[in-house]
Design a protein around this ligand. Structure first.
Ligand SMILES: [Zn+2]
Length: 161
């Protein structure tokens, strides 16, 4: 990401250096709260700029959501005008239980598929954080048209798509 990028309606540049003299939090919840207050933003302002709902920002700030998809992370980081790595480094990939939250599981799998099809080769396993083996499987459908399927498997845990 271009760290010199400027937002037209706000002169604060995107930063990858938070103030070292303060505790910016070691969890996604605390870090979001810290950066939001540091930027002088309300929950509503962050929600508006990231296109998240206010409820979702509150869920993240209360620790109910501890992991962001790559596209959501980019949106939230842009709203906060920080580098996405600042959020990613404190995310925790709690072991994903498909049966516990099938909707979220499907969303995460869909995000991984999109990332693979867009050319990403190094994607972290949503269950254990290990880098997965990813590839695009090319084939033909019944009409002879080419098809592209995203495949991924974790070398450490049983996760596979
Ligand atoms: Zn894994």
């Amino acid at each position: 990401m271009d760290t010199n990028q400027k937002n037209s309606d706000n002169a604060i540049p995107i930063t990858n250096a938070l103030p070292r003299d303060r505790d910016w939090g070691s969890t996604l919840a605390r870090r979001l709260t810290f950066i939001r207050e540091w930027r002088g933003m309300s929950v509503g302002a962050v929600a508006r700029d990231s296109h998240f709902t206010v409820e979702r920002i509150n869920d993240i700030e209360t620790g109910m959501e501890t992991w962001l998809s790559s596209s959501d992370r980019q949106l939230l980081a842009l709203a906060l005008k920080v580098d996405a790595s600042i959020l990613q480094e404190v995310e925790t990939r709690a072991r994903l239980e498909p049966a516990a939250d099938p909707v979220r599981f499907e969303a995460i799998v869909a995000d991984i598929r999109d990332s693979i099809l867009s050319g990403l080769k190094e994607i972290e396993c949503p269950q254990c954080g290990q880098t997965m083996r990813c590839r695009v499987q090319e084939g033909l459908d019944m009409e002879g048209q080419p098809t592209y399927r995203a495949k991924a498997f974790c070398v450490k845990c049983p996760f596979v798509i």
